[in-house]
Design a protein around this ligand. Structure first.
Ligand code: ZN
Length: 432
């Protein structure tokens, strides 16, 4: 069925109202006398049309003119209830199959498994395969019913007597695994055995210790998503900042090494200093001004600028988070070059590189929407750009034609703003 029409078996489409009209017409064309007759009501006309009799006989061979179509008698009629048995579930089938197997304790010590015929008090001994499955033997024993015990199965094999098996394989699980013992695999066992020695990644511990707060690492992890950015954009923050791999001077242990910042040459060069250094600060000021961030205290500022998550645990809006990672990427590149190649740390060019990169990533959305449009057209669906729109929030928005409109504040920061200076509007046409 598509839209307002229904597909017939021949592949022809028929409009719904038309089909309903046809159906009504068919119902009306059945003679009302025929309905009465089929139900077995007394026929107001003593002589039935032979054509009608033939028709009724062909529908229901057992029809007769007095009782209509019979519902009683030999077979059940349509209105008579018939016994209903629900289809058993897989587990019920398995349990039913297993329930025929019983066990006894032979000679008071040796468990023996098999099937039991209670009427003849005969126990048919079964042997266990290496996988715990039961196979019939040719041995039969005469056993009194009180000695017969139920069995406990796990993973398709017999474990032992149901009343003396502990822990029950269906009702117990290993620590830190949410799967019952009967369905535990090698993978689960490996996890369980190694869990006492497993330690949280040291960077998580280090950051928690340094900042002295409970950091929402879940939110930090969600920054590194390939929604708009690629690993090329976020990997440098991931490795250098989150995993603390950036070689700051305080990490150097050689006696002559200076621990003073390579840029300002005043404070100790550590991770905290990267957010406070007077040479990097202009970038953070711009970022904070653009994103309208307000910090409750120093810890909040540090946590937000270093890890991209608020001290309260709240995450940054998507566009702010993406720009944050790109900005870090260029800060890290230039910070490293300042040491290795003595390249001056130029905030303006870094900001320009970061915004250009962000812009080029945002422009890919135009292409993506174009592809989506084609797909939607082909399937006769409506184009939905809510996801693309949400990615640019709150710095800009994108319409279904793929045109991005940046907010004034961000449009002024963009490299193209210089060429379009004086226009003042936030609109920024993108090329596919
Ligand atoms: Zn510094």
């Amino acid at each position: 069925m598509s839209g307002n029409s229904i597909k017939l078996s021949g592949g022809k489409l028929i409009a719904l109202p038309k089909l309903v009209a046809q159906w009504k017409r068919n119902l009306q064309s059945v003679p009302s006398r025929l309905i009465q007759t089929a139900l077995g009501f007394t026929d107001p006309y003593p002589y039935l049309d032979s054509k009608i009799v033939m028709m009724l006989k062909s529908w229901a061979p057992s029809w007769n003119s007095r009782r209509g179509i019979p519902t009683m008698g030999r077979g059940p009629g349509r209105a008579d209830p018939i016994p209903h048995t629900p289809t058993p579930k897989r587990k019920q089938v398995i349990n039913a199959r297993r329930s025929k197997y019983k066990g006894i304790l032979a000679y008071g010590i040796r468990p023996m498994y098999g099937t039991y015929d209670a009427r003849q008090e005969e126990f048919h001994e079964h042997a266990l395969t290496t996988r715990g499955k039961l196979t019939a033997t040719k041995r039969y024993h005469s056993i009194k019913p009180h000695r017969i015990r139920d069995l406990c199965f796990s993973n398709g094999g017999v474990v032992g007597f149901a009343d003396s098996t502990y822990p029950h394989p269906e009702e117990w699980s290993l620590d830190s695994i949410s799967v019952p013992l009967s369905r535990t695999t090698v993978k689960h066992l490996t996890y369980a055995f190694s869990s006492p020695n497993r330690v949280a990644p040291s960077c998580l511990k280090a950051w928690t210790e340094r900042l002295g707060i409970d950091i929402n690492f879940q939110a930090v992890g969600l920054l590194y998503r390939q929604r708009l950015l690629t690993p090329r954009d976020f990997m440098s923050h991931f490795k250098n900042i989150l995993h603390r791999a950036l070689l700051t001077r305080t990490k150097l242990n050689t006696p002559l090494a200076s621990h003073k910042c390579r840029l300002c040459k005043r404070s100790r060069e550590n991770f905290t200093h990267l957010t406070n250094c007077s040479h990097i600060a202009p970038l953070w000021d711009r970022y904070i001004k653009l994103t309208n961030l307000t910090f409750t205290n120093d810890t909040d500022r540090l946590c937000t600028l270093l890890l991209g998550v608020r001290a309260s645990g709240a995450s940054l809006p998507p566009a702010h988070g993406d720009l944050f990672l790109i900005l870090w990427k260029f800060i890290i590149i230039n910070f490293t070059l300042a040491e290795i190649e003595r390249k001056p740390f130029d905030c303006d060019s870094i900001w320009k590189s970061a915004t250009t990169r962000y812009l080029s990533k945002a422009n890919t959305l135009t292409y993506r929407i174009g592809m989506k449009q084609m797909r939607a057209d082909a399937r006769g669906l409506k184009l939905d750009v809510r996801h693309e729109k949400s990615l640019l929030q709150p710095l800009g928005t994108i319409d279904s034609a793929g045109t991005i409109a940046w907010v004034d504040q961000f449009a002024q920061c963009l490299p193209c703003a210089e060429s379009a200076a004086g226009v003042g509007t936030a609109s920024h046409e993108t090329s596919p």
